[in-house]
Design a protein around this ligand. Structure first.
Ligand SMILES: [Zn+2]
Length: 239
């Protein structure tokens, strides 16, 4: 398979649409190849069924312009970071050979989200260890980003991607999950505030956009400090 530039990995179908869907759409418009791995199939979800969520994920993936979308089939509501799950995810990462991996936030209400964030970081490292699953050539992604959308209890984002031009298509992708979201006021990491869920998503994106003086944004965290070469070209005005 042709390597992808960016691979977003998350616990559940619909997670990437909520947290980094605009960023993935924008990457495709910039000529990047993107893919998604959903770690679980959603078999314990309260609403809908695993089969229906699969159909919804396929439709949303087409809107995101993904080159591939895979499901790892880990236990829903029971994701663990073990040598076995790391090796299984590492093999999937090696097949797609991404340069950048997007993972969930390291904090979250749903235990799967926290476990997935740790599992994904570790699997990216393990993917570079040639003697683990030696039948598939080793490949370690260059960089791991963590989505921090909706996480007001986390550190400040390292950077925000301007998704103003992509935001309505992101919402189209989110709305593919009608079985999960229609009529709701809360989901996953999205705390309820009385508004319909789709309005909360819009207002959160507008908040992150305002941090970088644009209409809509998606925030990310990296442990690494970002390097700058030309301070005269720095974006986001002070005043
Ligand atoms: Zn989730």
């Amino acid at each position: 398979m042709t390597p992808v530039d960016i691979l977003a990995i998350a616990a559940h179908r619909d997670d990437v649409e909520l947290t980094c869907g605009g960023t993935l759409i924008k990457a495709v418009s910039l000529g990047r190849r993107t893919a998604v791995i959903d770690l679980t199939a959603g078999e314990t979800g309260t609403r809908g069924s695993a089969r229906l969520r699969g159909e919804e994920a396929d439709r949303a993936g087409a809107i995101l312009g993904l080159a591939a979308r895979e499901n790892l089939g880990l236990t829903d509501a029971g994701i663990t970071n073990t040598p076995e799950t790391r090796a299984r995810l590492a093999v999937a990462i090696r097949r797609l050979r991404p340069q950048v991996v997007i993972a969930p936030a390291l904090r979250g209400r749903h235990p799967d989200h926290r476990a997935a964030a740790e599992l994904i970081r570790d699997a990216c490292f393990v993917a570079g260890l040639a003697k683990v699953e030696p039948s598939v050539p080793a490949h370690r992604p260059r960089k791991v980003l963590h989505c921090v959308t909706y996480r007001e209890d986390f550190e400040k984002p390292t950077f925000v991607v301007d998704v103003s031009a992509e935001f309505e298509r992101k919402m189209d992708a989110v709305r593919c999950y009608a079985s999960q979201f229609d009529g709701l006021t809360q989901a996953g990491e999205v705390y309820p505030n009385g508004e319909p869920l789709y309005d909360i998503i819009r207002h959160q994106a507008a908040h992150y956009g305002s941090l970088v003086r644009t209409r809509y944004g998606e925030p990310f965290f990296t442990f690494e400090t970002m390097r700058v070469d030309d301070v005269a070209a720095l974006e986001v005005s002070t005043f």
